[in-house]
Design a protein around this ligand. Structure first.
Ligand SMILES: [Zn+2]
Length: 295
């Protein structure tokens, strides 16, 4: 079940609340996201992709948002989006942003930055680490002053020495300041934050990529991260994402995930899925597709 609000969305997982707070919503051509797909590739799936996930021109509707999990013990914020004042991302629309909406909406949802206990980034790409930090007096400081930032050792090892200027900019602005502030808790793939939230390794997009499994009173959900960016990949897990570091491994990971979660009562919370964002995987007529919660 979910309740649609103007800028945030709440999901009920067995009585536990997960809140989505949006940083930005954009449309992308499939030519940008996928190695060899154009808009016609959506045609077999338009009956369920439109209107929520693909627009009338067959462009992909994507959302960049955080999920805040309110467990019995902690407030856990998963993925920190693009952020403000960042430079050098390689995506012009993500550079030099001055949009106050994210923190305002977070506060409206009931979360001040100091209320967050843990921050987890599914991986260290620019659109998942941005609000890790904010600019104060010319310095990057942690946005969430009381949080432990859970950084995956395997992920940091993959990016620490990257020569790519965009990756270096992301590390310099979004990751290194957290390490220098002493707020990092280094974790492995098998980490559990508490008895309700644990990491689910989903490698391929990046080497240390982890999704997040949430469980409460017999109900469960998975936050995807970029293991799949768009719901079409539930039907087409083999489509290669341009940004996948290991495209064959990423496709295997996606296929296994879809197999494991098809026709099960597990809500899939897509990290870039446009509203309504939380969906179920079902098989209809021999093909996989999305079922919306209220259908
Ligand atoms: Zn992403």
């Amino acid at each position: 079940m979910s309740q649609q609000q103007s800028t945030t969305q709440r999901f009920d997982i067995g009585g536990m609340t997960v809140t989505k707070v949006i940083d930005t919503v954009e449309t992308f051509s499939p030519r940008v996201l996928y190695v060899d797909k154009d808009r016609s590739a959506f045609d077999p799936h338009l009956d369920w992709l439109q209107p929520h996930f693909v627009d009338a021109n067959k462009a992909m509707r994507l959302s960049i948002h955080s999920f805040i999990i309110e467990t019995r013990h902690h407030r856990v914020l998963v993925d920190t989006c693009v952020g403000n004042h960042k430079q050098g991302s390689g995506f012009p629309q993500w550079n030099d942003r001055t949009d106050a909406g994210y923190l305002t909406d977070l506060a409206a949802a009931g979360y001040r930055p100091e209320d967050i206990d843990y921050v987890f980034c599914t991986h260290m790409h620019v659109d998942h680490t941005g609000w890790n930090t904010r600019l104060r007096d010319g310095r990057w400081v942690p946005t969430f002053p009381n949080a432990r930032y859970l950084f995956n050792k395997r992920e940091w090892a993959a990016w620490e020495h990257s020569d790519n200027p965009h990756d270096k900019a992301t590390m310099t602005q979004n990751v290194v300041p957290i390490i220098e502030a002493g707020q990092v808790q280094w974790v492995d793939n098998n980490w559990a934050i508490d008895d309700q939230v644990e990491l689910l390794p989903t490698p391929g997009h990046t080497p240390g990529h982890c999704s997040v499994r949430i469980a409460h009173r017999g109900a469960s959900a998975v936050i995807t991260g970029d293991m799949m960016i768009h719901p079409v990949q539930i039907a087409e897990p083999g489509w290669q994402q341009t940004a996948d570091a290991d495209k064959a491994l990423a496709a295997r990971t996606r296929l296994a995930f879809v197999d494991n979660h098809c026709d099960r009562d597990v809500m899939i919370l897509g990290t870039h899925f446009h509203t309504p964002t939380g969906v179920y995987i079902v098989e209809r007529g021999g093909a996989r597709r999305v079922r919306l919660p209220d259908s």
